[in-house]
Design a protein around this ligand. Structure first.
Ligand code: F6P
Length: 509
């Protein structure tokens, strides 16, 4: 870490200590125009962060930190296709999948456009073909994005039914197979590596279920086209990924094929256009008005200034029910790290725990803790000004609930009520407002979150594009599977051996 960065962190700490002594109510009393001062717009989205516990000086300190961490230079390096994923020696070019954020990385942008034409024309072919069901097999980044977006864009879903199967629990695939007819089903196996245990086990089972016609009823999305060919998927139904696309940043590629089959090529292109609008905003807007940068800085403030270990994502949109699952991978797999780019242990906390459920349901489950619990858990709300469709009168109620919750968290109960009724308030939240949750808006929201995570990784000094932490579990699972099959326990730790014996005994009883 450079001296300038350390100085910026020290300044931030001083601001946090100063503001710790005040409350959101006091900040609003002192500055009734906070909403104007602490809100920003870009790519069709408006972000109100006036209910975050910051003031002008704190925001300046945060912007100074972003500058000291050279956020803009690193962003430009990403756009230019530099190998900023240093632990894997790869470029990071998910922006090329939606047309790029500038004229750089032209070769990859062109490659991506050609493959996009190919997979979208295949999606249209499938939609016309009489296929009734699509089973999309993949896990993590090869599933969460298209699954979440297919749910989110349900009003545009006019193609075949799409089922997402990720879990290696045979119940996941088994329950889907029961509802499908092999003669009218397309199976898409999505795996960048085409080696992921769960995906390959599910793909093999689906291939067996399809029977003799399997070759004609399967497609693949992968960077390992040779492995897909060996598996029996012909090249014309094999769609590319590249090592410059991380799994959790891949919904924009052919990984989004199930989504494209569901909503059609036009809606899928609109989804990409929305993301590109956010890319351009991220590239061009000054830091003080740059939504991804501001969102990242608010996260840094909550985590490193206020010491919050988690935050909740609460979309007031029932169709965004899988958004927090997608964001969990994006944020926690990207920035859940304790070693910096220089290989040294980091001095400060990195990614918080991300969790959440749609409002208004969440109000009737865990919001009690958000209002009166002992921990301060900041909230990111998402709300659309108008519904895509729905029943009359519902959207006003939904909106009222979202705004009321944000106000209740910030300002709490008036003084003087009995202690157990008191909501202390002073609990921060940010509201992201869209016009309506259409494909372009969804694209912009997801790209906003991708860039936010990138900016945070830059400020924390980590590489958000690798995920070495998940490898150990995979290796151990292979070893344990061999032991289940061979019943050999030697060399295992006492607990795992005991559990394996118990599994065997319980299974036999
Ligand atoms: O285990 C983590 C992970 O590597 C994710 O990063 C990735 O999205 C997922 O597994 C699936 O990998 P693949 O697309 O290679 O099957």
């Amino acid at each position: 870490m450079s001296g300038a960065v350390e100085m910026a962190w020290a300044a931030l700490k001083a601001e946090a200590a100063r503001l710790d002594a005040t409350t959101l109510s006091t900040l609003f009393e002192a500055d009734p125009d906070r909403f104007d001062r602490f809100s920003a717009e870009g790519a069709g989205l408006m972000m109100d962060f006036s209910k975050e516990k910051i003031d002008r000086a704190a925001l300046e300190a945060l912007i100074a930190l972003a500058r000291a961490a050279r956020v803009e230079a690193r962003r430009d390096a990403m756009c230019a296709g530099e190998a900023i994923n240093t632990t894997e020696g790869r470029a990071v070019l998910h922006m090329a999948l939606r047309g790029g954020a500038g004229s750089e990385a032209a070769a990859e942008t062109e490659t991506a456009a050609a493959e996009r034409d190919r997979f979208l024309s295949y999606a249209e072919e499938v939609r016309r073909s009489g296929v009734a069901d699509v089973i999309a097999i993949g896990i993590g980044g090869s599933s969460l994005g298209p699954e979440m977006a297919t749910k989110a864009l349900a009003p545009w879903h006019d193609g075949p039914r799409v089922h997402f199967v990720s879990n290696v629990d045979g119940a996941h695939l088994g329950d889907v197979l029961k509802r499908c007819d092999p003669a009218r089903t397309l199976v898409i196996a999505t795996s960048k590596t085409f080696t992921t245990e769960e995906t390959m086990a599910n793909a093999r089972a689906a291939r067996d279920w399809l029977g003799a016609s399997a070759g004609g009823r399967m497609a693949a999305v992968t960077a390992a086209t040779d492995k897909a060919a060996e598996f029996g998927i012909p090249p014309e139904r094999c769609f590319a990924m590249w090592d410059w696309i991380g799994g959790r940043y891949s919904v924009w590629s052919a990984v989004g094929l199930p989504l494209a089959i569901a909503v059609g090529a036009g809606a899928f292109r609109a989804f990409l256009d929305g993301a590109r609008a956010m890319d351009l905003h991220f590239r061009e807007a000054p830091l003080q008005r740059n939504l991804p940068v501001l969102m990242a800085l608010i996260g840094i403030w909550r985590r490193n200034g206020m010491g919050c270990g988690s935050y909740a994502l609460i979309p007031y949109d029932a169709r965004l029910s899988r958004l927090s699952a997608w964001l969990q991978q994006l944020e926690m797999e990207s920035n859940g790290k304790r070693v910096g780019l220089d290989g040294e242990l980091l001095a400060r906390a990195t990614a918080p725990v991300v969790w959440g459920e749609p409002g208004s349901d969440a109000q009737h489950s865990f919001f009690q803790l958000l209002h009166q619990g002992t921990d301060v858990i900041p909230v990111d709300f998402i709300l659309a000004a108008e519904p895509v469709d729905g029943l009359p009168g519902h959207h006003a109620r939904l909106t009222a609930n979202a705004l009321a919750q944000a106000a209740a968290l910030a300002f709490g109960t008036p003084e003087g009520t009995e202690a157990h009724r008191v909501c202390p308030g002073d609990r921060p939240s940010t509201m992201l407002l869209a016009r309506r949750m259409d494909p372009a808006t969804l694209g912009a929201v997801l790209a906003l979150m991708e860039h936010k995570v990138f900016v945070q990784g830059t400020i924390w000094g980590i590489n958000p594009f690798d995920q070495w932490g998940v490898e150990l579990g995979k290796v151990l699972a292979r070893d344990v599977l061999e032991r289940i099959e061979s019943d050999v326990m030697e060399g295992l730790d006492g607990s795992t051996a005991g559990l394996l014996r118990s599994v065997r005994d319980y299974g036999a009883s």
